[in-house]
Design a protein around this ligand. Structure first.
Ligand code: THU
Length: 157
């Protein structure tokens, strides 16, 4: 037996101004997408924005339902809309941001496992690492490749 350690490479930015232009624009789109959040149960608003290889940006926000499991996270709302409206156009990046009671969280929110799995599928289809930007009112984290967020990922394509 051999003990091994995985390391996760990522970038931390002190504020949105430190990001490159394309990432900054995408994060701003995610903040704007929060306006579409429907979260009467959790009062936790999440916005996401996907950038495609042709520059198209598609927004999504979390949608809740009285039958709780019928709701959907912002990330999957954005990714499914992006794919449905732009079939076959590769994904380049996704930005996510969360707010509670209208104020951006002080630390970045982290996508749930189901959203990471969906990211993995579109990344695989794109044949290029997906850039994942997790924004907040404080630091911003950026990852290149879903494997960073989901080591030993399941892929059957
Ligand atoms: N939520 C997201 O939209 N994305 C995440 O990554 C985590 C959680 C939503 C689901 C639900 O509407 C609310 O946040 C509280 O869990």
């Amino acid at each position: 037996m051999e003990k091994k350690t995985l390391t996760i490479p990522y970038e931390e930015y002190a504020s949105i101004e430190e990001l490159g232009e394309a990432d900054r624009t995408l994060l701003e789109a995610a903040v704007d997408a929060m306006k579409g959040s429907y979260a009467p149960y959790s009062h936790f608003n999440v916005g996401a924005a996907v950038r495609l290889a042709d520059g198209t940006v598609v927004k999504g926000a979390n949608q809740e339902n009285a039958a709780y499991p019928s709701g959907l996270c912002a990330e999957r709302t954005a990714m499914f809309a992006a794919s449905a409206q732009n079939p076959g156009v590769p994904f380049e990046a996704i930005a996510v941001v969360c707010a509670r009671n209208g104020s951006l969280m002080l630390n970045p929110g982290s996508p749930c496992g189901a959203c990471r799995q969906v990211m993995a599928q579109y990344e695989r289809l794109a044949m290029k690492p997906l850039r994942i930007i997790l924004g907040s009112g404080g630091p911003i984290l950026a990852f290149t490749g879903v494997e960073s967020l989901m080591p030993l990922i399941f892929n059957d394509l």
